[in-house]
Design a protein around this ligand. Structure first.
Ligand code: AMP
Ligand code: ZN
Length: 118
């Protein structure tokens, strides 16, 4: 059983209680399409265990962030955006736009990814 937080939307997606378009499921991660895509490829990669943000996941010391990074590259390859390059973003805290407090990497690709973002 995954570490779970009551009322967490992404924990519910992990449990299959809220539908999502899952593109990859590993032993400890799930990747699904963002409901409000900001790029042709916009996939969220999450650990099955609940951590509120990337720092909390890192502190847990269980390799969760490593697995998210590897899963992101695999999804990017499957989506055909790896060669051109993709962005992996962890919004951390409300001031940075984090709205779901279950750590998730945004994988963005398939369009020009200007930096800094517009
Ligand atoms: P953040 O603002 O970084 O916390 O990102 C949360 C992301 O979750 C946003 O890009 C939303 O569009 C996305 N999102 C919210 N609800 C769902 C859902 N049910 N299925 C897929 N993506 C979702
Ligand atoms: Zn959660």
């Amino acid at each position: 059983m995954a570490l779970r937080e009551p009322d967490c939307l992404f924990c519910k997606i992990v449990a299959g209680e809220v539908p999502a378009e899952i593109v990859r499921e590993g032993e400890r991660t799930v990747a699904f399409r963002d409901i409000n895509p900001q790029a042709p490829t916009h996939v969220l990669i999450i650990p099955k265990d609940h951590y509120r943000d990337a720092a909390a996941a890192g502190r847990a010391g269980r390799g969760v962030l490593d697995e998210i990074a590897v899963a992101a590259e695999e999804v990017a390859k499957a989506e055909g955006v790896a060669a051109n390059g993709f962005r992996l973003v962890f919004n951390t805290g409300p001031g940075a736009g984090q709205t779901v407090f279950h750590v998730h990497g945004h994988l963005l690709g398939g369009r020009g990814l200007e930096w800094p973002p517009g």
